[in-house]
Design a binder for this molecule. Structure first.
Ligand SMILES: [Zn+2]
Length: 702
């Protein structure tokens, strides 16, 4: 139907590839095919939706809502392939395609979501369902409500005038958030801290000086230039022995987004007002209500309550940490000194050295005897390399995943691609994405990929990991399992298509297996001698990780509560706020977070996540997922660790069900109770201060 040439020719992007599990036939895809294929698939999808709208028959769940789920299959296929390639291998040609097709896709999406005739049909089905006139299975009923909700949230239920205003607000918000990001970038660049006297760099290793010298040269300056990163506390300050330079770095960091010509003050205020107006137009009290309605937390009050619950413990610990850092001196810790003093104390107290740790974590062994072993024990999976199948580049490995629960003939779960090494065209960080999503409706099985940015070792040398990298390996594999074990009818609910404050739950839980003693004994073996990592080193690694959690939690809570406070303003309240600094001070004081020496991780004028990224009213979600994950980790522990019965429960209640569940209900079904933040406090070592006093480092797991 979508093939541009003769019926017999298979289009490499628009048609089924014919390979196992629908793995894209990467070898036959060229960059030149991408844009025409995306355009053709957009037209196809628009025609499919138009056909649904034009149906003469009365709307039913099958002919309208399920038909919408079936539509756009070619578009989904080509975009999964395109974005799946863009992240790990962004060639200039692909970046250009992205620039060209992004506005086309936005316009296409918006045309569907604001079509009053489509909304009318979906609304008819929705009303029949709510009136008890339809006999639908659970997942289909959920599908009807989901499509109805998404259309309403996009403004499909508004009259023409209101929809016009909504469009105007969205257009203006797009300009403002872009301007926010540009101002932030420009002022961040302009505030880079110059150093001309090398003595000021005392404490900074040679390997970190060279990039600063290069940055200075690039800016046409003598000496060194310290570029600034996103959070308030600049990581480099942990190394700087020169107190005056630490203060200059901190002052520069705090001025971002507030320099002449690049001032985000009016932009923040206008964004906040427009978001509040937008929410009001959609019949809600505030922007946070709009955002949280589709998250697990449900309401801003629930999210705020969770954060406020841990304020006391975090503040008490942070104050104890400050005393510890000052060695008993009676004075306030300067915010500029915190990172430096912490790093000194950490090095002295725990002596955890990467060079000692890494030989115990060889990639292949960690993967086979660690990550995959845990998944086999818990979920009964088997992982078999498929060298006969090609990934998108020669160093991408293809692994077939089998399930011992299934019959022999149909035992294949899906494919897992592993792409672990850095390359110049790969975006930074680590992630999981999918080339194919599981759904019974479209008879598709998953093809997912785990991507990391490990440095490639010299030829013949093993790849050795830091503990952080090991954790990331387990983390991304947790996302992969969520995609692979999906067992849903409808694509919209597949795998990791869950709320933002839930999507990190399966991945963060999976991190726990990296640190269990029985697991370490199995996979953490010295690459040369085969000896198991010693308990003492493991204990010191744990303590070092936990050290400073009081300060880290306080600065995180500050940012998360600021985000919620801005976006909980009604339209009328938003009009009243004119002084950003006064607003911030009041929010922090009200929460009991005005701790001397600690700024929020982000202040409003440089809070990129919420004023230029997609995290408005949702910065809390990192913490929310961690509360669920810490609590669930205790549940696994209580049940004896790697037990198949625990894995089966996790699979049945959570992993297989994607977005087709009520998340807190699923969690309760698994845990037998509501999630409690106590587990997270224990994990971060923050519980000791509450129950018995003493610094965070002394807090053991009870
Ligand atoms: Zn993640």
């Amino acid at each position: 139907m979508t093939a541009p040439s003769a019926d017999t020719a298979r289009h490499p992007l628009l048609d089924e590839s014919g390979l196992p599990y629908g793995l894209p036939d990467f070898a036959s895809i060229t960059d030149a095919d991408l844009e025409p294929a995306i355009r053709a698939a957009i037209d196809d999808h628009a025609a499919e939706v138009a056909a649904v709208v034009a149906l003469p028959e009365e709307p039913t769940a099958e002919n309208t809502v399920v038909a919408l789920e079936r539509s756009g299959r070619a578009l989904h296929r080509v975009l999964s392939t395109f974005y799946g390639l863009l992240g790990p291998d962004a060639t200039p040609a692909r970046l250009e395609v992205d620039r060209v097709v992004s506005p086309l896709l936005a316009a296409h999406h918006s045309a569907i979501m604001s079509d009053p005739a489509l909304y009318a049909r979906v609304d008819t089905v929705f009303r029949a369902l709510e009136d008890g006139l339809l006999d639908l299975d659970d997942e289909t009923a959920r599908l009807v409500r989901r499509h109805h909700r998404d259309l309403l949230r996009a403004g499909a239920g508004l009259d023409d005038e209101e929809r016009g205003r909504l469009t105007a607000i969205d257009t203006r918000l797009a300009e403002l958030t872009t301007a926010f990001g540009e101002n932030l970038l420009a002022s961040t660049t302009e505030l880079a801290v110059p150093v001309t006297d090398e003595a000021e760099l005392e404490g900074l290793p040679e390997s970190l000086r060279a990039p600063l010298a290069a940055a200075a040269t690039e800016a046409g300056r003598e000496g060194w230039l310290i570029p600034l990163g996103l959070p308030t506390v600049q990581p480099i300050s942990a190394w700087l022995a020169h107190a005056g330079l630490r203060r200059r770095v901190m002052e520069a960091s705090l001025r971002r987004g507030a320099t002449p010509g690049h001032d985000n003050t009016p932009i923040v205020l206008e964004i906040v007002r427009l978001r509040a107006e937008r929410a009001e137009l959609l019949g809600l009290r505030c922007h946070a209500d709009h955002v949280l309605a589709v998250e697990t937390a449900g309401t801003p009050e629930a999210a705020r309550g969770l954060l406020l619950d841990v304020v006391d413990a975090a503040v008490t610990n942070a104050r104890n940490e400050a005393k510890d850092l000052l060695g008993g001196e009676e004075r306030e810790l300067d915010p500029a000194d915190w990172a430096y003093l912490s790093e000194r104390l950490r090095a002295e107290r725990f002596e955890v050295d990467d060079a000692r740790v890494r030989p115990f974590f060889e990639l292949e062994r960690t993967l086979r005897d660690g990550v995959m072993h845990a998944a086999s024990e818990l979920y009964g999976l088997r992982f078999v390399d498929r060298p006969d199948l090609s990934g998108y580049l020669p160093d991408v490995r293809v692994v077939e995943v089998f399930d011992e629960q299934r019959t022999e003939r149909d035992a294949g779960v899906g494919l897992l691609l592993l792409d672990y090494y850095a390359r110049p065209t790969k975006r930074g960080g680590a992630w999981m994405s999918s080339f194919r999503d599981q759904s019974r409706l479209l008879d598709e099985r998953p093809v997912v990929v785990n991507v990391m940015n490990l440095s490639r070792p010299a030829d013949g040398e093993p790849t050795l990991l830091t503990m952080d990298e090991v954790t990331t390996l387990f983390h991304e594999f947790g996302h992969a399992l969520h995609g692979l074990l999906s067992d849903v009818e409808y694509p919209v609910f597949s795998g990791t298509s869950v709320p933002r404050d839930f999507v990190e739950f399966p991945s963060q839980v999976n991190e726990m297996w990296a640190r269990r003693p029985d697991m370490l004994a199995r996979y953490a073996r010295h690459v040369a001698t085969g000896e198991v990592i010693d308990d003492d080193l493991v204990a010191r690694m744990r303590q070092a990780e936990r050290f400073g959690e009081g300060q880290a939690t306080v600065e995180y809570l500050g940012a998360a509560l600021l985000d919620l406070a801005w976006h909980s303003l009604t339209r009328a309240e938003a009009e009243e706020v004119t002084d950003i600094d006064a607003f911030e001070a009041r929010v922090l004081a009200d929460a009991g977070l005005d701790v001397p020496g600690i700024h929020p991780r982000y202040r409003s004028r440089y809070f990129q996540h919420v004023f230029a990224g997609g995290y408005s009213a949702a910065y809390y979600s990192y913490f929310w997922a961690e509360v669920l994950d810490a609590d669930a980790a205790e549940w696994f522990d209580e049940r004896g660790g790697l037990q198949r019965s625990s894995g089966e429960a996790m699979r049945r209640e959570v992993l297989s069900r994607g977005g087709a569940i009520d998340f807190l209900d699923a969690y309760r079904a698994l845990r037998g109770s509501d999630p409690s933040p106590r587990a997270l406090l224990r994990r971060r070592g923050l519980d000791s201060a509450v129950v018995g006093g003493g610094a965070a480092v002394a807090g053991g797991r009870s």
